[in-house]
Ligand binder design. Structure first.
Ligand code: PNS
Length: 162
């Protein structure tokens, strides 16, 4: 079965990577669907976010990376998939995730959301936390892959130069 793992991935973290890897052990194909929302301000462009995920899974044939805009359920229908993967970190994630799971089910009754619990070491981690710490000169290199750290450092440099 093909599953969709949607998100902003601005940028992808080791927490996301851990969920994707674990999902790929249960699903034949995991499509990481990088969301484009024109109302949202991202640090990295859509293509950059996609490439950073792709570079994290060069060796995993079960993981594909794509982009989408609009409703997740419409993208799922196009992909011929009924399964959504979501990571759950703490109980505070649950309220919002449950609301999204029910909305998606309401819009597309065949859709099922599969929650994978974060490993403890990633339970505080998010793309926003990574950016916050990096922009303030902190060290979080064990929570993002090297290529993402490099991209963040380059982005910070460009922003400082401008
Ligand atoms: O990484 P994020 O930003 O927390 O991911 C949120 C995402 C992309 C999973 C969510 O915003 C989403 O599914 N957006 C698509 C629009 C949609 O289908 N909305 C209805 C379900 S709430």
């Amino acid at each position: 079965m093909k599953a969709i793992y949607p998100g902003s991935f601005d940028p992808v973290t080791n927490g996301h990577i851990n969920i994707i890897k674990r999902a790929s052990e249960f699903f034949d194909e995991v499509v990481v669907a990088v969301m484009m929302n024109s109302k949202k301000h991202y640090l990295f462009s859509l293509e950059e976010r996609k490439k950073l995920v792709e570079d994290s899974f060069e060796d995993n044939k079960r993981v594909k990376v794509d982009t989408f805009e609009g409703l997740l359920v419409d993208y799922m229908k196009k992909q011929n998939s009924r399964a959504i993967i979501k990571g759950l970190r703490t109980v505070t994630d649950y309220g919002y995730e449950a609301q999204m799971a029910l909305t998606n089910k309401n819009l597309y009754k065949e859709a099922e959301t599969f929650f994978i619990h974060s490993e403890e070491e990633y339970s505080f981690l998010s793309s926003s936390i990574v950016k916050e710490v990096y922009f303030n000169g902190g060290e979080l290199s064990s929570y993002i892959p090297n290529h993402v750290e490099k991209a963040l450092l380059e982005r910070i440099k460009v922003m400082k130069d401008n």
